[in-house]
Design a binder for this molecule. Structure first.
Ligand SMILES: Cc1ncc(COP(=O)(O)O)c(C=O)c1O
Length: 300
């Protein structure tokens, strides 16, 4: 495995950054988690755009252009797939504020650092897809957009981690996080969907969610198969009375939820729309892949 840090590739054991990096000291940076299927990168441009938007929001200048980043990422993925003899992988792309001093002032960090890790993908166990997840409602609220905007995928994940600890302690797999008004926002690393009377519903970005790439893909595919899709405010009444519920995320794709805070959702089994959407998602993945061997293919 070769890890990219600021223009160089290092073996995993030697891939290290400074203890003065503000990504470590303050969670000051942005990141993406991206999936590779069959030697193709899923929704590459959407992920890169979200990264560049997150960086712009926190006033972090990424020290390479979008096109350079795109090319570098494809190269690093190709090198790692070859070295590890893999077809599928998980990419973690980070941009930190870089090395500064022990104060928080980002003006002391002259250059951002770019890190690309390509590793094996950790999949949810099959039984979660067959039997569904148990989820709690976290006592930790998602920060409002004027505090720490959840639409920005920053390195500051403590809010999510606290909720994950709460889920772990309750023996649940995930935690629904509400916003300060008690509206449903998202889970610790996944977006929330419900189905009610054949309508697919998910909270809008202004509630304070990460606008998931998988979320957007699922909404598009649902429309393509004729479902009505609504982005709307959801409260716990909507959750408790939903016919079906599922979560979406890069690693999870679409994973059913059958229990929330000890209460059965729908029949207590993964619902027909959830299954249909997962099938549709998997059947359409190829449409959204950027092959890592595109130049060779184009020449052939
Ligand atoms: C807080 C949060 N919400 C939602 C998601 C799902 O987003 P995506 O589908 O882009 O992976 C993630 C993914 O990392 C996340 O961290």
């Amino acid at each position: 495995m070769k890890i990219y840090i600021d223009g160089k590739l290092y073996p995993k054991e030697e891939a290290k950054i400074s203890v003065y990096d503000h990504g470590l000291l303050y969670g000051d940076g942005v990141f993406e988690g991206i999936r590779v299927y069959r030697k193709g990168i899923f929704k590459l441009d959407e992920h890169l755009q979200r990264l560049y938007d997150s960086a712009k929001f926190i006033q972090l200048e990424i020290p390479m252009s979008f096109e350079e980043m795109r090319k570098t990422l494809i190269d690093v993925v190709r090198i790692n797939l070859e070295e590890e003899d893999m077809e599928d992988a998980y990419i973690r792309l980070l941009v930190t504020r870089g090395v500064g001093d022990l104060g928080i002032d980002p003006r002391k960090c002259p250059k951002a650092s770019v890190i690309i890790i390509v590793d094996k993908i950790q999949l949810y166990p099959k039984e979660f897809y067959e039997n569904g997840l148990k989820v709690i409602i976290s006592s930790w609220r998602r920060p409002p957009v004027f505090v720490l905007n959840p639409r920005v995928k920053s390195l500051n994940y403590l809010n999510n981690i606290m909720a994950k600890i709460e889920a772990n302690e309750a023996g649940a797999q995930e935690a629904i996080m509400l916003d300060i008004n008690g509206h449903v926002s998202e889970c610790t690393a996944d977006n929330v969907f419900i189905v009610k009377d054949n309508v697919l519903m998910t909270p809008p970005p202004f509630v304070g969610i990460l606008e998931g790439i998988t979320r957007n893909t699922v909404m598009d595919l649902a429309k393509e198969i004729g479902m009505k899709v609504e982005e709307r405010i959801l409260d716990l009444k909507d959750i408790f009375t939903a016919d079906e519920m599922f979560l979406t995320g890069t690693a999870a794709e679409i994973v059913p939820v059958v229990e929330v805070a000890g209460r059965k959702i729908g029949t207590g089994k993964p619902g027909p729309w959830t299954k249909k959407l997962l099938e549709t998602f998997r059947a359409n993945i190829d449409r959204f892949l950027t092959p890592v061997y595109q130049e060779e293919k184009a020449r052939a």
